[in-house]
Design a protein around this ligand. Structure first.
Ligand SMILES: Cc1cc2nc3c(=O)[nH]c(=O)nc-3n(C[C@H](O)[C@H](O)[C@H](O)COP(=O)(O)OP(=O)(O)OC[C@H]3O[C@@H](n4cnc5c(N)ncnc54)[C@H](O)[C@@H]3O)c2cc1C
Ligand code: FES
Length: 255
């Protein structure tokens, strides 16, 4: 775990609510695993005195750049959206555990909703590097919310659902036929909790391996404040240190 000042080299607005920050380190990046997150200090907002947890969206080790995909929901993320090129960003990283990779030739379905697509993109980069087969199944509210479609499509097969049917399959990701074909060895999922629970129930009924990345509210991000506790078969554990990735069979969800 490091604490480091990065330089913001790009702040790119994607949609009304979403933007990507590219942060450059002056040194070499340590290994960062898919599913891990950073705790970002928000210096330009007096209300956000706690750091904010943000998943690693992408890493470029050649250029020492970490990219973060952020959805503006409150004052902290709004302040992040106002950051300008050249500003210093202090982060603690890499934090948390990671998605586990299956053996060679594992076929995976990466199911994401909203900003939950962020850790799945970085996971896809690692799956690709390990020659694993995978597809994305990503759900958004409407066509206006779709993020980096070309970038995802370049990485792997991409299926999109929209709640209002303005693009792709009309309905929720859990209604998409692909999820029921069970042609996959693994499902990886990140998004709103009701969506993850519904995906977990489908995986559970098909006896499929499934990992979810939880986005519980966090304060410290490294196991000190105990505000991110989740109930598991191992007892109550901190999402920030034992997660954010959990196998669904560990979680005490009614699935
Ligand atoms: C492990 C982890 C990884 C995350 N990865 C990302 C990411 O890659 N990109 C991203 O944009 N966000 C991510 N989040 C969520 C992000 O941390 C919160 O959206 C952010 O802290 C909100 O800060 P704020 O000051 O803008 O909002 P606040 O003013 O703190 O809250 C504004 C509103 O957002 C709600 N909110 C706050 N935190 C969350 C949350 N964790 N989930 C859902 N609603 C929340 C609040 O209940 C409130 O209604 C992640 C969270 C965790 C725990
Ligand atoms: S966020 Fe403080 S213990 Fe997890």
């Amino acid at each position: 775990m490091r604490i480091e000042d990065f330089e913001l080299i790009a702040n790119r607005r994607l949609t009304r609510d979403y933007f990507i920050l590219d942060l450059e380190s002056k040194g070499n990046l340590p290994e960062i695993l898919p599913g891990q997150f950073v705790q970002m200090r928000v210096d330009n907002d007096r209300k956000a005195f706690l750091r904010r947890p943000i998943s690693v969206f992408d890493v470029d080790y050649d250029k020492n750049i970490i990219s973060l995909l952020i959805k503006q929901v409150g004052s902290g993320t709004k302040a992040m959206s106002r950051l300008s090129k050249g500003e210093r960003i202090n982060i603690i990283y890499p934090l948390g555990n990671c998605f586990s990779l299956g053996p060679e030739n594992t076929r995976s379905l990466l199911v994401g909703g909203g900003v939950g697509v962020a850790p799945l993109f970085f996971l896809a980069r690692i799956l690709s590097a390990n020659s694993h087969k995978f597809k994305f199944l990503l759900g958004y509210q409407s066509s206006e919310d779709i993020i980096e479609e070309e970038r995802f499509a370049r990485m792997g097969d991409l299926l999109i659902t929209t709640d209002d049917g303005s693009y792709g399959y009309k309905g929720l990701v859990t209604e998409h036929p692909e999820l029921y074909e069970y042609n996959y060895d693994r499902i990886y999922c990140c998004g709103p909790e009701p969506m993850m629970k519904a995906v977990a129930a489908i995986a559970h009924s098909g006896n499929k391996f499934c990992e979810v990345s939880l986005e519980n509210t966090m304060a410290c991000g490294y196991g000190v404040c105990l505000c991110c506790v989740v109930d598991t078969t191992r007892g109550k554990v901190c999402t920030c240190t034992e997660g954010p990735v959990f196998n669904i069979i560990e979680l005490k969800w009614q699935i």
